[in-house]
Write a protein that binds this ligand. Structure first.
Ligand SMILES: Cc1ncc(COP(=O)(O)OP(=O)(O)O)c(N)n1
Ligand SMILES: Cc1ncsc1CCOP(=O)(O)O
Ligand SMILES: [Mg+2]
Length: 303
């Protein structure tokens, strides 16, 4: 799988944490997350030797290929290349995006952690493929790291056009608040891989994301329907006027439109509304209303 991943399919990004599931293997737990609908996986191993990380990366590469989802390696661009992962995730203190790009080429994804608006803007400018936005809440997975709160999630949603994933302390209990702040994608570690049933937690988080999509679609559809209804009513509303002494119904909104409707706009004539002459320059701004008395006086002949 190359960098051209389908971000529409990636709503839930799951990261490994082997200490969170003693007695269960990383690949077994991560397979459960894929069964639950995870759309992207990351290998994050902060304590193992390089050879252990490489071995886990190889196994997760095989697994993610089987499920057709992108696979990212945290911290080790060289291992990402060696196992043909889809990319690397960098932190603010790691090598620059430029350096990683030079190593990995254009086909691999580069994700980077961001903790404030300036980071997000810089990441997009430097060519990151996605950003992590967090930690949204305090979390034992990243002890001592200040929470950025949902305020930064909302800021990121309006600041960047590359995809972003909200991360840090996200659980099924607080995910709605993160989604309401504007997150379309969630990334979680302990709440998923530390649970008895990782697939079920994934399904629940995905359900929350898709429920929010449906609510947004239906509120957009309502707004469009209201707009149509309002403008539809306007179009259907007839105005009843007195035109040269006779009752006349029209849908035209302005004097200019009425004269066009009557085929008179280009004729030499004087238009009077309620006894007052309306110069041609004001026909477009003269709106029609029930009961108006309109007199059209034609000039006959030349001279
Ligand atoms: C998706 C995602 N977001 C943030 C991080 C954190 O990366 P980093 O800041 O480099 O910290 P460590 O994970 O290396 O401790 C991430 N890994 N993934
Ligand atoms: C790696 C990382 N980067 C920012 S928060 C975080 C940890 C997220 O883990 P959890 O979902 O367990 O809070
Ligand atoms: Mg890192």
């Amino acid at each position: 799988m190359s960098k051209r991943v389908d971000w529409e399919k990636i709503r839930l990004y799951v990261i490994t944490a082997q200490d969170a599931h003693p007695g269960k293997s990383v690949t077994d737990v991560m397979e459960q997350t894929l069964i639950g609908g995870a759309g992207m996986l990351q290998l994050r191993n902060k304590t193992g030797s390089r050879s252990e990380v490489l071995e886990q990366a190889r196994a997760l590469r095989v697994l993610t290929r089987r499920y057709g989802v992108p696979f990212i390696v945290n911290d080790y661009p060289d291992i990402a290349l060696e196992v043909d992962a889809d990319g690397v995730h960098l932190g603010q203190d790691d090598m620059s995006i430029k350096e990683a790009r030079a190593l990995l080429g254009d086909d691999k994804m580069i994700g980077i952690s961001t903790h404030c608006a300036e980071h997000a803007i810089e990441a997009e400018r430097e060519g990151a493929d996605y950003i992590g936005v967090g930690p949204v809440f305090p979390t034992n997975t990243k002890p001592g790291k200040a929470a950025v709160t949902t305020a930064y999630v909302a800021e990121a949603a309006s600041l960047v056009s590359i995809p972003f994933v909200a991360i840090g302390g996200i659980t099924t209990d607080n995910a709605d608040a993160v989604i309401s702040a504007g997150a379309k994608r969630l990334c979680a570690v302990s709440a998923i891989v530390g649970s008895e049933d990782p697939a079920a937690v994934c399904r629940e988080l995905l359900y929350k994301l898709t429920a929010a999509d449906r609510a947004e679609e239906s509120s957009n559809a309502n707004a469009i329907a209201n707009e149509r209804e309002t403008s539809g009513h306007k179009a259907e509303e007839n105005v009843t006027l007195s035109l040269n002494g006779s009752s006349y119904q029209t849908r035209s909104a302005t004097l200019d439109c009425l004269l066009a409707e009557l085929g008179q706009r280009d004729k030499r004539l004087v238009a009077e509304v309620d006894g007052e002459i309306v110069p041609r320059s004001r026909w477009q701004e003269t709106t029609l209303a029930d009961g108006l008395r309109i007199e059209l006086i034609q000039f006959v002949g030349g001279g």
